[in-house]
Design a protein around this ligand. Sequence first.
Ligand code: CMX
Length: 456
Amino acid sequence: LLNLKAAIADVIPKRREELLHIKKNFSDVKVGDITIGSVINGMRGNQSMYWESTTLDPNEGIRFHGKTIAECQKLLPGAPEDNGKGEFLPESMLWLLMTGEVPSEEQVRKLTQELAERGAKLPPHTEKLLTSLPRDMHPMTQLAIALASMNKGSIFAEKYQEGSIGKMDYWEYVYEDVLNLIAALPKITGKIYSNIVNDGEPLGHYNVEKDWSYNIASLLGMTVSDSVNMHSLTQERSNDFVNLVRLYCGIHVDHEGGNVSAHTTHLVGSALSDPYLSYSSGIMGLAGPLHGLAAQEVVRFLVEMEKDVDSVENVKQVEEYLWKVLNSSRVIPGYGHAVLRKPDPRFDAMLNFAEKRPKEFKSDAKVQLMKQLSQIAPKVLKEHGKTKNPYPNVDSASGILFYHYGIDQLLFFTVIFGCSRAMGPLSQLVWDRILGLPIERPKSIDLNTIKKICKI
Ligand code: CMX
């Protein structure tokens, strides 16, 4: 089956049957105990959400339908022009997330083409709205506004209003919205970036023959053939940048269901708000400094630290700098995680990207500092003794690599994260409707109830 929607339809009956069987026969089986600690501490460790495609192992990191990042890098198809030497395409990952199957080259080519065609034209009102926004408006606010505005064209919302569709068919219309939303992201992202750096004037062309990440890069002005080539990149460096976008977007798609952006999208969607409204809400959460905005915080941190230390080799000075931060009750951005307890394999993947290109990155002191920090900060954080995970998360490496190629609008990084993150939570939204999951409504408890339970 070459069409993604047909491939999903093919696996639906079996999955529906499995979940129904579990619901009918095992609904009373206990998953775990909820403690008062979990209630007042952000629901940590509380296993109470169903998530279809990814799980986060505290020690091994993220798995996409059971596959590690390294396995995905081996198995998922990349762009044809890279001849197997580049990064896998986020489109390949989207297929895996949606169907649970590794796609063939041909399936990925078709999906790439379908997304490129769907994304060729933004709804005119969204384009107009983006043009009208203040140039200094937060890029994530611009993204959330653009996505919410696309709800005007939601096929699911329209069909639902008409009352013409049954519950088991909702997914088909949600799917259409989801694909249209993901397809629109390169143009929205390009428009936001050009609002910030070029007074709204386009920095590149949308090329319907190319893949989703290439178009993001082009519209940021970063390709040789389809953009103004803002930083006069050579063909080789431009190809590398496109592959950086592919890698970054391929591995940021999902991090199981409980993180703020994924959970918000799922929660809002459970009220049957359409995918545009649901993901726009997720984007609002991704904008927080403890979540998606951390990549920007890291770049700022590295830029400041580089000014303060004589050289990246000066371990003592770097340690002192970190202690200064910790002693002023600030966090070290890019370190720690709510679930992970080992270094983030996404961090390793980003670092490997730099390590594979020594000529490119060796002389970049900030990139070297990022690497050096990953050796020094865990030791300092362990000594500090507070964080449960003293190791680097993905954000400690990602932003600084974009910065290296000239994307220096720090607040903007999270928009690229927002492009990638669309794929996981929105695949889940399709499956939420396939499986007929209900509206979410956990029970909250007040202080009196807590005291009663604790007998105090
Ligand atoms: N620097 C300093 N202190 C840290 C820390 C860090 N990087 N990470 C955690 N801590 C502190 C916490 O603030 C907390 O202190 P208090 O008890 O005073 O509140 C204590 O250690 C225990 O926290 P934890 O249980 O280890 O971590 P949480 O689950 O509460 O928070 C996270 C997780 C990511 C928000 C936190 O580690 C943090 O703030 N990191 C820096 C920001 C960052 O890199 N965010 C990106 C996350 C990646 C992603 O979204 O996928």
